[in-house]
Design a binder for this molecule. Structure first.
Ligand code: FMN
Length: 218
């Protein structure tokens, strides 16, 4: 017997609580896992969480211990205030969390910024903590893994790790500013990099200057 869904008069939030509603099916796919590691540029992860929050996308956050250090060194945030930007956060050691399973549906994962250590672990499928396990799950489920590595200069080991991660499906998207957009501030550059990373999920922050064949007027 085919089950038919009756037209619903319930609100979206009521529907989201129901197990069998089409609304719930759509909502569960509007989730992104965010990883922030201890590479320089914690602000990229913070701005990413803010952008996803503004777009109404559910975020599932894992911070590494080194990320807690860079957040403190580089920004006016605390690990606590960064966690408060996410819909849900997990301890790094909780490899039994929902995001450690492929049955938990997500659009994929962004790691911003990504250290060479975490990049290398992902490239060789070492799933020793929840961040690298979640990344490995995203890859095995053939979902989108966007990695924003930060290091300079790079030795061949770093470059090989990027190639290996690419071969298993990751997208390497270093946060490199596009000067064609004539950025006027650091904020403009950060927003551009985050916006281009979210473009890979077909999510538009509205803050990317899109090239139309000529540079913007000053
Ligand atoms: C202030 C600061 C800046 C750092 N910048 C980088 C960086 O740009 N790239 C990188 O790969 N590691 C960087 N590191 C080193 C990483 O934090 C370190 O390798 C750490 O073990 C990474 O662990 P995680 O991947 O679990 O966060 C930095 C560390 C500190 C304290």
């Amino acid at each position: 017997m085919t089950r038919r869904t009756k037209p619903s008069t319930r609100s979206a939030s009521e529907s989201a609580k129901s197990n069998d509603s089409p609304q719930r099916a759509r909502d569960s796919a509007q989730r992104i896992i965010v990883g922030i590691t201890g590479a320089s540029g914690a602000i990229y992860g913070i701005r990413l969480l803010e952008a996803l929050r503004a777009m109404g996308i559910e975020t599932h956050l894992v911070l590494t211990r080194a990320a807690e250090m860079t957040i403190a060194y580089e920004t006016s945030h605390t690990a606590k205030s960064v966690r408060a930007l996410a819909s849900k956060t997990y301890p790094l050691g909780d490899v039994g969390a929902a995001i450690a399973s492929g049955s938990f549906r997500t659009l994929g994962m962004i790691i911003a910024p990504c250290s060479m250590k975490t990049l290398s672990e992902i490239a060789y499928s070492l799933s020793g903590n929840l961040l690298t396990r979640a990344a490995d799950v995203v890859l095995k489920e053939r979902r989108k893994l966007v990695v924003m590595p930060r290091e300079t200069p790079l030795h061949l080991g770093h470059i090989r790790a990027m190639a290996a991660a690419t071969e298993i499906g990751a997208i390497i998207a270093p946060p490199m500013p596009g000067f064609y957009a004539k950025p006027k501030s650091l904020d403009d550059m950060i927003d551009h990099s985050i916006g281009r990373a979210l473009d890979l999920f077909n999510l538009d922050t509205g803050k990317v200057h899109r090239w139309s064949g000529k540079p913007p007027a000053d």
